[in-house]
Ligand binder design. Structure first.
Ligand SMILES: *Cc1c(COP(=O)(O)O)cnc(C)c1O
Length: 391
C-alpha cells in the first residue's frame, strides 16, 4: 500500500507498546526502565544504538511516539524532542558548531535566538553574520571558509518575512553548509522544508503544535546521522522533553491539519478585511497578494498560516490603546493557540532590542501581531474593529 496521506498519518501513527490493546496513546510517566539480567543492563549501556529505554533523559516511549509522528509529517528520517523550542535551537547550535566556526543567520529571528547569536556565540568563539530577509542574494557574500550553518525562520516571527528554501538550500549544498529552518510559524501541515532541501527542521512545539497554549516543547528533525549527533548531545546535557508534554503534543498532532486549515482560513479573511481600514497603514500576511514574497509563499506553503500583522498609523501610542480596547482577544505573548491573541512586539518580545535592531527586523512602533484563533471569524473581526475605532 502506498504511504497514507499526512492528514491520516497525523491521526493514525501509533505503536502498541503495552500489550493492553489501548486505543489511545498511553503516558509512560517513569524516570527509568528495568532489565531482565545484568547482561541486558550492561548491553544497554555498552551500545548507544540499541533500541532500548534506559532512562527518560535518554528516551521514553511517549516521547518516541511524538517524535515518530512529527518526523513522518515533516518527511524526515528521525528526530529529537526537547523541553522547549529554545532548547531545540540551542542544542542544534551546540551540536554542530565549534569554536572557530561561523554561522549565517537571517536577522529576523525569534528574540531569544537573536540573544544566543549576539550574546553567547561570541563568548564561545563562534562568529555570526546576519543577512536581511529582503536581500537573500547577500548570503553568498557572507560565506567564509569556516561557515558551517545557515539559519532561517520562514515565515519569520513577527515580521512574516519569507525566504525561498529551495534557493538557499542550493547555496548551502554548493558550499557544504547545513541549512536549518525554524518551521514554527508554518508547521508541517503548511510547509515541509526538507522537501525543499533543508537539512534540519526545528520547532517550538509550544505554539501551533500544541495549539491550546498548555505545554512547552521543542523538536528537531532531519537525516538519521545528524539526529544521532543531536541525540547524544541531548542525552548527555539534559534538555529532554518530559513524557507528559510529549503525550499532550502527540494528541495535539491528531488535530493539526484541521486546526491549521481553520487558522489559515480565519487569518486570510481577517487580513483581507483589514486591508483598507483607515487606521491601518499596512497589513502583512503570506497569502495576501501585497506580501513582498507572495510568489514564494505560494510555492512552498499550502496556505498562509495563522499569523497576521498590521501597522497602526498612530504608532506606539495607538498600539497600547488598541490592546487596552480589546474585549475578547487575549493580551498575551504566546501564539498558535485556539484563542486569538494580540501582541505588540515593540513593547514586549523585542523590547530588549535597540530601535535600530528593531527596524532591521521590521518591527515598527505600531506593529500589531494577531495569532488568529479558531473562534468564529465574525467575532474576531468585530472585536478588532471596535478596538481600532478606539485608537
Ligand atoms: C516561540 C518561538 C521559539 C522559542 O520556543 P519556546 O518554546 O518558547 O522556547 C523559537 N522560534 C520561534 C519562531 C518561536 O515563535
Amino acid at each position: 500500500m502506498s504511504e497514507r496521506k499526512p492528514q491520516t498519518r497525523a491521526v493514525r501513527i501509533q505503536t502498541q507498546r503495552t500489550g493492553e490493546k489501548e486505543h489511545s496513546t498511553p503516558l509512560f510517566l517513569t524516570s527509568s526502565f528495568t532489565y531482565d539480567s545484568a547482561a541486558d543492563m550492561a548491553a544497554a549501556f555498552a551500545d548507544d544504538s540499541l533500541d532500548v529505554n534506559i532512562y527518560t533523559r535518554f528516551s521514553n516511549p511517549t516521547v518516541d511516539e511524538f517524535i515518530e509522528k512529527i518526523a513522518s509529517l515533516e518527511g524526515a528520517e528521525d528526530g529529537v524532542a526537547t523541553g522547549t523550542g529554545m532548547a531545540a535551537v540551542f542544542a542544534t547550535f551546540m551540536t554542530f558548531l565549534s569554536k572557530g566556526d561561523h554561522i549565517i543567520s537571517a536577522s529576523a529571528v525569534f528574540g531569544s535566538t537573536h540573544t544566543i547569536l549576539t550574546k553567547y556565540m561570541p563568548k564561545w568563539g563562534i562568529e555570526y553574520s546576519y543577512f536581511n530577509m529582503s536581500s537573500p542574494e547577500k548570503i553568498s557574500e557572507l560565506i567564509r571558509p569556516n561557515t558551517k550553518m545557515l539559519y532561517v525562520e520562514t515565515p519569520s516571527n513577527p515580521g512574516l518575512d519569507i525566504i525561498d528554501i529551495e534557493a538557499v538550500s542550493a547555496i548551502c549544498k554548493k558550499n557544504n553548509i547545513l541549512l536549518v529552518v525554524d518551521n514554527c510559524f508554518a508547521t508541517p501541515a503548511v510547509q515541509q522544508p526538507i522537501q525543499f532541501g533543508a537539512d534540519l527542521v526545528l520547532h517550538s512545539a509550544t505554539k501551533f503544535i500544541d495549539g491550546q497554549g498548555r505545554v512547552l516543547g521543542g523538536v528537531v528533525v532531519g537525516k538519521k546521522e545528524l539526529i544521532k549527533e543531536m541525540y547524544l548531545f541531548i542525552r548527555n546535557t539534559g534538555p529532554s522533553m518530559s513524557p507528559f508534554n510529549a503525550w499532550v503534543l502527540s494528541k495535539s498532532l491528531e488535530t493539526l491539519y484541521v486546526r491549521m486549515d481553520r487558522h489559515a482560513e480565519n487569518a486570510l479573511s481577517l487580513a483581507r478585511a483589514l486591508q483598507d481600514h483607515p487606521q491601518i497603514s499596512r497589513v502583512k500576511y503570506p497569502y495576501l497578494e501585497s506580501h513582498p514574497q507572495y510568489a514564494i509563499a505560494k510555492k512552498q506553503m499550502s496556505n498562509g498560516g495563522g499569523i497576521v500583522t498590521f501597522e497602526l498609523k498612530g504608532g506606539v501610542e495607538s498600539g497600547r490603546k488598541f490592546l487596552d480596547a480589546l474585549q475578547m482577544l487575549s493580551m498575551t505573548n504566546n501564539l498558535g493557540d485556539s484563542r486569538s491573541i494580540a501582541s505588540h512586539p515593540a513593547s514586549t518580545t523585542h523590547s530588549k532590542l535597540s530601535e535600530a535592531e528593531r527596524q532591521e527586523v521590521g518591527i515598527t512602533p505600531g506593529l500589531i501581531r494577531i495569532s488568529v484563533g479558531l473562534e468564529h471569524i465574525d467575532d474576531i473581526l468585530a472585536d478588532i474593529r471596535q478596538a481600532l475605532d478606539q485608537c
